[in-house]
Design a protein around this ligand. Structure first.
Ligand SMILES: *[C@@H]1O[C@H](CO)[C@@H](O)[C@H](O)[C@H]1NC(C)=O
Ligand SMILES: *[C@@H]1O[C@H](CO)[C@@H](O)[C@H](O)[C@H]1NC(C)=O
Ligand SMILES: *[C@@H]1O[C@H](CO)[C@@H](O)[C@H](O)[C@H]1NC(C)=O
Ligand SMILES: *[C@@H]1O[C@H](CO)[C@@H](O)[C@H](O)[C@H]1NC(C)=O
Ligand SMILES: *[C@@H]1O[C@H](CO)[C@@H](O)[C@H](O)[C@H]1NC(C)=O
Ligand SMILES: *[C@@H]1O[C@H](CO)[C@@H](O)[C@H](O)[C@H]1NC(C)=O
Ligand SMILES: *[C@@H]1O[C@H](CO)[C@@H](O)[C@H](O)[C@H]1NC(C)=O
Ligand SMILES: *[C@@H]1O[C@H](CO)[C@@H](O)[C@H](O)[C@H]1NC(C)=O
Ligand SMILES: *[C@@H]1O[C@H](CO)[C@@H](O)[C@H](O)[C@H]1NC(C)=O
Length: 265
């Protein structure tokens, strides 16, 4: 039945239903879903967009991202904590679910010297296997015959030496790390374009500032975004918040999740 026929029909009951549906839908389209609005991507002033699975407390709601993926925006920098150690987010690659972070100590301490290996207790997050393995040896009784980055500020140089190396397995072939007080692994994402010669001219702070890659798992958000939605995580499940309300995967999939049901008898 087309519009004209509907109006020409003498049944006021049908017209009534028509207006009910029309205005309900119009109202629904005009007033954007509150969760859709709440999950608008935010930036921290440094060009990075923050959206699912990340969320900024006080600016976005927790349902806009995954639990434990909250990031702090401070002085135009984004911070992410792992086991109470603060990292600066240098980049987020939503397309391949990874992010580049660097220990904040490399930016604020004169002698950044992490004392613990990174331990990630979040099941949805891993240290990417694409990182190079960089290790810091503290307070060793001798220096090895191997390309090292000496860290003079971390030890009493008259008796002990601290240094960092790439590929500690190669070093350990000819050097006993037992002569050192401790060893801490620091993954580093050596950008393509940085060759070994230029790398060796850097100090360990500059190398730590290059940061390392983490990868996360979870729903792929891109199909939701392409359909005009914003991803979120509510009541322990992934949702696609659309202008008209939440959906399961993408907007317009017919899977409208909500309390809004029209019953027409
Ligand atoms: C961030 O989001 C805005 C609006 O959605 C977009 O115009 C901009 O290109 C995005 N920036 C980046 C770096 O993705
Ligand atoms: C994801 O893509 C970015 C940009 O293309 C790249 O630099 C990064 O290494 C990739 N991440 C992983 C884990 O491969
Ligand atoms: C860090 O990890 C390495 C290798 O997994 C281990 O040999 C070293 O003792 C660890 N360092 C600390 C401080 O736990
Ligand atoms: C280094 O260690 C030696 C022996 O323990 C001590 O005599 C010296 O004062 C120390 N130097 C510094 C700068 O701590
Ligand atoms: C290395 O030795 C210095 C003293 O020379 C000490 O202050 C520091 O805590 C030691 N570092 C580690 C990681 O053992
Ligand atoms: C270790 O020492 C052996 C013999 O001196 C030498 O052939 C080898 O290249 C050394 N390995 C490394 C990684 O320096
Ligand atoms: C290494 O990179 C530096 C700076 O990018 C460049 O000047 C140098 O020629 C490169 N060396 C080699 C061996 O490629
Ligand atoms: C590392 O190099 C940078 C730039 O050359 C310099 O500003 C910084 O003080 C150095 N850090 C250490 C610990 O030597
Ligand atoms: C991270 O990437 C590695 C290698 O691609 C993969 O095996 C691992 O499952 C990924 N971890 C997460 C949390 O997605």
């Amino acid at each position: 039945m087309d519009l004209q026929n509907l109006f020409m029909s003498s049944k006021p009951f049908h017209i009534c239903i028509f207006f009910f549906i029309f205005f309900t839908l119009a109202k629904h389209t005009l007033s954007l879903d509150t969760k859709f609005q709440a999950c608008m991507p935010r930036t921290c002033g440094n060009g990075l967009n923050i959206s699912y699975p990340f969320w900024i407390p006080h600016e976005q709601e927790s349902f806009c991202g995954l639990p434990n993926f909250e990031v702090i925006c401070r002085d135009r920098n984004l911070f992410f904590s792992i086991s109470n150690v603060e990292y600066i987010i240098k980049d987020i690659f939503y397309a391949n679910h990874s992010l580049l972070i660097a220990n904040a100590a490399a930016y604020k301490d004169t002698c950044p010297a992490p004392l613990h290996n990174i331990s990630i207790h979040r099941t949805q997050l891993d240290i990417s296997s694409d990182n190079s393995d960089f290790s810091i040896f503290y307070n060793c009784t001798s220096l090895p015959d191997y390309p090292i980055f000496e860290i003079e500020c971390a030890s009493n140089r008259s008796h002990l030496y601290s240094f960092a190396v790439f590929h500690k397995e190669a070093l350990e072939q000819n050097y006993s790390s037992g002569s050192c007080q401790s060893l801490v692994d620091v993954p580093v994402d050596v950008q393509s374009g940085v060759n070994f010669t230029s790398l060796l001219k850097m100090n360990h702070t500059e190398i730590m500032k290059m940061g390392f890659l983490l990868n996360w798992s979870g729903h792929d958000c891109s199909s939701c975004q392409i359909s005009g939605g914003r991803c979120g995580f509510d009541n322990d499940k992934f949702l696609c918040f659309c202008q008209g309300g939440p959906h399961l995967k993408i907007c317009n999939d017919g899977n409208f999740v909500g309390r809004f049901i029209i019953i027409i008898e």
